[in-house]
Design a protein around this ligand. Structure first.
Ligand code: HEM
Length: 192
């Protein structure tokens, strides 16, 4: 969890793989961590420490909402959030490529029309690889259109989502420190 935060914030670590992959790793570790904690509780959720457990559960669940919002926001190859102008520029580039190279206009792009487009490109002797590329581009175009419409709204919701996810994590760590301190104070020792 901490590595993700460091990778995201420190420019010195910007060469350490794509942020997107670190986020996947964050999700993987946090999910396994939550399962381990669940076993650690022996499925008993009483006492003050249960606040810590439920905080963890809420953070974990809220992660899925965050993940959904995260993928709605277009990013550059370096995982920086794109500005509205950049997204529009990308969209225009895609439209131009679709119309000049594949003779596809945006009005043609609908799920129903895709199979017709595929057949036409096949008749025009495009290779299968090229057809796949054109179809992916056309479908991305539709997705991008929706994302542009919702971009501002999604950015706002994502911002508010951080307000829930991050302080709850801090609260969870705070309760965890108290929990471990109390346990050590009452004489628990490392098992080996
Ligand atoms: C239960 C354990 C978890 C903890 C303690 C935790 C903690 C955090 C923290 C502290 C951040 C802030 C990073 C930052 O703003 O720099 C973060 C970001 C994030 N987490 Fe988690 N997380 C957990 C689980 C999950 C899960 C299960 C998911 C997805 C299914 C998830 C998805 C995300 C996403 C999408 C971000 C935002 C990334 C960004 O803005 O760059 N998290 N998490």
């Amino acid at each position: 969890m901490l590595i993700y935060i460091l990778r995201k914030r420190l420019t010195a670590l910007s060469r350490w793989g794509r942020l997107k992959n670190w986020l996947e790793f964050h999700i993987f570790l946090c999910t396994w961590g939550t399962i381990m904690v669940l076993f650690h509780t022996s499925f008993k959720f009483g006492g003050i420490i249960s606040v810590g457990f439920w905080t963890l559960a809420v953070v974990w669940l809220s992660g899925f909402i965050g993940r959904y919002l995260y993928i709605q926001i277009p990013r550059t190859i370096e995982d920086r959030i794109m500005t509205l102008n950049e997204v529009i520029e990308l969209k225009n580039k895609n439209i131009e490529l679709l119309s000049t190279k594949y003779h596809i206009s945006i009005s043609d792009i609908s799920r129903k029309e895709i199979s017709k487009i595929r057949l036409r490109l096949l008749a025009e002797n495009f290779s299968k690889k090229e057809i796949r590329k054109a179809v992916r581009l056309a479908l991305n175009e539709k997705i991008l259109e929706g994302r542009i419409k919702r971009l501002e709204q999604m950015l706002k919701i994502f911002h508010y989502w951080h307000i829930a996810h991050v302080p709850l994590t801090a609260l969870m760590i705070f309760i965890l420190i108290i929990h471990v301190s109390v346990v050590l104070f009452f004489g628990y020792k490392w098992i080996f």
